[in-house]
Design a protein around this ligand. Structure first.
Ligand code: SF4
Length: 167
């Protein structure tokens, strides 16, 4: 059985491979979460993306941020700047559409507001399981990994902590 090396003893290349694996697993977790919420929807007003108003920005584990970074890279886009109106930087200029919808984090897939439409029973168990899985796969790479607000990730975008900028 191989023991996990302390993070500081792993090379940058090993860290990169470990984060790549975690990012791939994260995509699967996000897909499962969306499937669990498939019977629910909302009017799609994007009010929940007006973060200065809601004061409830989504919090992302590093691997969730990496999923978004990889999306930006595929699209040939950089990390968007903070917006003057305090909305999520990933909201389109008209304030109606998420520009990374397919790769949005778990917190943006769970219909946490009163506008949710669908079965009365919400998939709380599946959502908690997804949260637990995200925590486990991030901490498995980096003991000190922790979630950050999407606004903080955007701010850090150009100078991520060691290993967190690899895609
Ligand atoms: S990532 Fe997309 S869905 Fe989530 S808050 Fe930002 S714009 Fe809205």
């Amino acid at each position: 059985m191989s023991a996990k090396l302390p993070d500081e003893e792993r090379t940058d290349a090993e860290m990169k491979v470990a984060w790549l694996r975690a990012t791939t697993e994260t995509r699967a977790v996000l897909r499962q979460a969306s499937a669990a919420w498939a019977k629910h929807s909302c009017p799609g007003t994007a009010e929940c993306c007006q973060l200065a108003v809601t004061k409830r920005p989504p919090w992302l584990w590093p691997s969730e941020w990496k999923v978004m970074e990889a999306r930006l890279k595929r699209d040939g886009r950089g990390v968007p700047p903070a917006r003057g109106d305090g909305a999520c930087p990933f909201l389109d200029s008209e304030g109606k559409r998420c520009t990374v919808y397919e790769d949005r984090p778990l917190g943006c897939r769970t219909y946490f507001c009163h506008r949710v439409v669908g079965p009365a029973k919400l998939p709380g168990g599946e959502t908690n399981a997804a949260l637990d899985r995200l925590r486990a796969l991030n901490v498995a790479v980096d003991d000190s990994a922790a979630p950050r607000s999407i606004l903080e990730w955007v701010e850090l975008g150009s100078s991520p902590p060691r290993g967190e900028g690899d895609r």
